[in-house]
Design a protein around this ligand. Structure first.
Ligand code: NAI
Length: 347
């Protein structure tokens, strides 16, 4: 059974009409299960929320959306005009919402601040282990009865320096795992985390993390200030053969610069769960189509690159906690007009 996170219970509150966009079968299952306790009226739509589909939200007090629903000005204007008051993001990141326009329209935006930071941290760790020990390549070789280990040599994680950019919920969980491997962990975050320091994490300036790390893992939010945080000048500062892991948001990496780094060998390994141009690709089966994205096509040619399709969050525990926290937040809003998980413009 998934470990349930503790959410305040707001039962016997009025039932809210919720239009859920980008619904997948697992969303429906987890929300129906969690909704036994809350009794909201949920309509499940597979479509993404966009200007073209916004009319589906007509008369729904709340829309519930995920990472690839883009809530820009025109979409917000449309849903606000047809009765929506509450936007419930069933994810942690909120870079896909125009918060300024939402605030002007008096729309409340809530999110799930932490549903399982361990899920994402463990996935980042999985990418490191697979890349370092070439597990993806070994899997394919063995299936072809090729038991040669030439070219599969990795390195001990113990004693290596891991740089963590962003030590919030996920970055902290990730740092703890890396400390457990016997790594030295250095981190950059404008708001250092004291318990993590006591556990042995050393804080440094951003360029100190770039220059001093064998592995760099990104766990900060995406916003205009972190756009292309890893660009050609950042890569130039890094150690030869550095491993870069991104489970946060695609546009933290300047993908073209990363490809140059991979071609020159400056970047020794790349593990990404997110990609700058993922929104038209991820969560859909494109196996019968010709890939038009040249950068993704190039990335797929490198043996030292592993790409997963934004699945780092995808554990039983996380899915169950997302449904529970989202519905609890909607109930809190219905009961009090406020929600502790609301996003304010200052954040
Ligand atoms: P959080 O809000 O707990 O932590 C973010 C941390 O980043 C904070 O400590 C903040 O001070 C720090 N930060 C802000 N600006 C920074 C900067 N310029 N440089 C370095 N650090 C900075 O968020 P959480 O839950 O740890 O999530 C982190 C990110 O992970 C989210 O923003 C989201 O983009 C991504 N994510 C990815 C998932 C996936 O499935 N791949 C699932 C969930 C989240």
């Amino acid at each position: 059974m998934p470990t349930a996170i503790k959410t305040p219970t707001f039962t016997n509150v009025r039932s809210v009409k919720i239009a859920m966009f980008s619904t997948r079968p697992y969303d429906k299952e987890s929300f129906l299960q969690a909704n036994h306790k809350y009794g909201h009226q949920i309509s499940f739509f597979e479509a993404r929320l966009s200007v073209a589909t916004a009319s589906l939200a007509f008369g729904y007090e709340s829309v519930c959306v995920f990472v690839h629903d883009f809530l820009d000005g025109p979409v917000l204007l449309k849903i606000a005009a047809t009765g929506t008051r509450l936007i419930a993001l069933r994810c942690a990141g909120y870079n896909n919402v125009d918060l300024e326009t939402a605030s002007k329209l008096d729309l409340t935006v809530i999110r799930v601040p932490a549903y399982s930071p361990h899920a994402v941290a463990e996935h980042a760790c999985g990418l490191i282990l697979a890349l370092n020990r070439n597990i993806h390549r070994a899997y394919n070789r063995v299936r072809e009865m090729n038991f040669s280990i030439d070219g599969l040599m990795g390195f001990d994680l113990k004693g290596k320096t891991v740089g963590v950019i962003g030590t919030g919920a996920i970055g902290s969980a990730f740092s703890q795992i890396m400390l457990g491997f016997g790594c030295r962990v250095i981190a950059y975050d404008p708001q250092p985390n004291k318990p993590l320091q006591e556990a042995g994490v050393e804080y440094a300036e951003l360029n100190g993390v770039f220059t001093g790390s064998d592995i760099i893992s990104l766990h900060c939010p995406y916003n205009p200030g972190t756009h292309h945080l890893i660009d050609s000048s950042a890569i130039a500062e890094m150690k030869e053969g550095v491993m870069i892991i991104n489970t946060s948001r695609g546009a933290l990496l300047d993908t073209a610069a990363v490809i140059d780094g991979l071609k020159s060998g400056k970047i020794g390994h790349l593990g990404i769960d997110v990609y700058e141009e993922e929104s038209d690709l991820f969560y859909e089966d494109h196996s019968n189509e010709i890939l038009q994205d040249e950068m993704l096509a190039r990335l797929l040619t490198f043996p030292n690159v592993i790409i997963t399709g934004h699945q780092a969050f995808f554990t039983k525990e996380a899915i169950s906690n997302i449904a529970e926290t989202t519905l609890s937040g909607i109930s809190e809003y219905a009961a009090t007009g406020k929600c502790r998980n609301a996003i304010s413009l200052q954040k």
